[in-house]
Ligand binder design. Sequence first.
Ligand code: CTP
Ligand code: CA
Length: 228
Amino acid sequence: EAQVFRQLALAGKTALVTAGPTYEPIDPVRFIGNHSSGKMGFALANALYLQGAAVQLVSGPTALQPAYEGIELIRVQTAQQMYEACISAFPAAAIAVMSAAVADYRPVEAAPEKIKKTGSGMELQLVKTPDILQSLGSLKQPHQFVAGFALETTNETEHAMQKLRNKNADMIVLNSLRNKEAGFGVDTNAITIFDKDGGTTTHGVMPKDAVAAVIVEHIIQKLYAPKV
Ligand code: CTP
Ligand code: CA
């Protein structure tokens, strides 16, 4: 009896994924963070793994666990730690998908002791964090595919296309905020994919697992598309 074996599309390839928020310490008990749940990033890691990739998932603080033991989870807190983990993992990666909601600014320094309440107001001095997607975009070799996300409230298309260019990404996934089924904390998402070659693809509201599968299918198509 003849048996036919087909390889999974991403067998032998490594994928690097970022997920979740970052926490930027203000003092030993406080931080600057955001409401990212990490669901999209974990769903992407699962979808890449199901296509045969070796997955390294770099996640900020979340309560989530990867669905498969084979997914390598690297937990971090700050943008700087996420940056360092990504810089060291990227050379081995064929695919990088940056879905973390990285804090854009962090306190210049974390106070060593809890800050006491004093006057009627206070100022906190902030400094920019490293842009991980942009860094990987500038380090990218021809065999590597780098994808990012964008969440915009104004001029969505223009801003998403700017991010594609400025960060030297191969694709940007725009999260639509037009309906409340999309974005932070919910289990569904509606996306538009912007490709480096100028293509745009819009998908309606879907569960995040289905969105992740669609994104991974898209990446596979682009990865194996004949170069022109
Ligand atoms: N990103 C990153 N490192 C940062 C900031 C953002 O890797 N320090 C990535 C995100 O993971 C996402 C993409 O860049 O894939 C776009 O993030 P977004 O916050 O929408 O864009 P910014 O470049 O930070 O610009 P702004 O927040 O002003 O829109
Ligand atoms: Ca940002």
